[in-house]
Design a protein. Structure first.
Length: 198
């Protein structure tokens, strides 16, 4: 257990690097994410947060996907741009998150899992928010603010203080990220309007 605890702060360092680089829309955020989630999966499994451990494996796959999308996705493989999702997509997404979270929570409640429903809900919501970030959907930051607030409680209850502290830092970084991406979006919209006028 002591060896696993030493993985926790190391994964936190790479997680902070990931988010700081994601705010700047740097491709280097994805390698940092791959290292962080690999370490995190081991720690979460040891804490019997099974859905969180599975989530880290998903994050690993999304790290590869995001890396590709940011570098080669979009039109003419030039990478994708920050954009909004329609309100109807959010409505459908939130219903699916609630239904899937309840379903996984019920299944995990039959095991020795801790906080089965909260772990399941945050996991499903984080999957959606990660996909949104990989696709540069600006509302991902709003989703993350809610999710990370819940994770602070979850990690404190499991005495994973490094992760709880990380998510406190994340709340501040999320606000910074939203504002930075919003500025990028506004600049892109002004440039697009200028091209349309020409």
């Amino acid at each position: 257990m002591a060896e696993l605890l030493s993985l926790e702060p190391l994964s936190v360092v790479f997680a902070v690097a990931y988010l700081a680089l994601a705010i700047r829309q740097s491709l280097w955020c994805w390698p940092a994410a791959l290292i962080s989630v690999s370490l995190w999966a081991v720690v979460a499994f040891d804490a019997r947060l099974y859905m969180d451990a599975v989530l880290q494996l998903f994050y690993f796959a999304m790290g590869i996907y995001g890396w590709y999308q940011w570098s080669r996705g979009g039109e003419q493989h030039a990478g994708i741009r920050v954009h909004w999702w329609p309100a109807s997509w959010h409505a459908v997404t939130l219903v699916l998150v609630l239904l899937c979270g309840a379903g996984f929570g019920r299944a995990l409640a039959e095991t020795d899992a801790e906080f089965a429903y909260l772990d399941s809900f945050t996991t499903v919501a984080a999957i959606v928010a990660t996909f949104m970030l990989a696709r540069k959907v600006i509302e991902n930051w709003i989703y993350w603010f809610v999710i990370d607030s819940l994770y602070i409680y979850l990690y404190l209850q499991r005495e994973l203080v490094w992760y709880a502290g990380l998510y406190l830092v994340y709340l501040v970084m999320i606000v910074i990220g939203y504002r930075a991406w919003l500025k990028t979006l506004q600049v892109d919209e002004v440039a697009a309007d200028g091209r349309d006028a020409a």
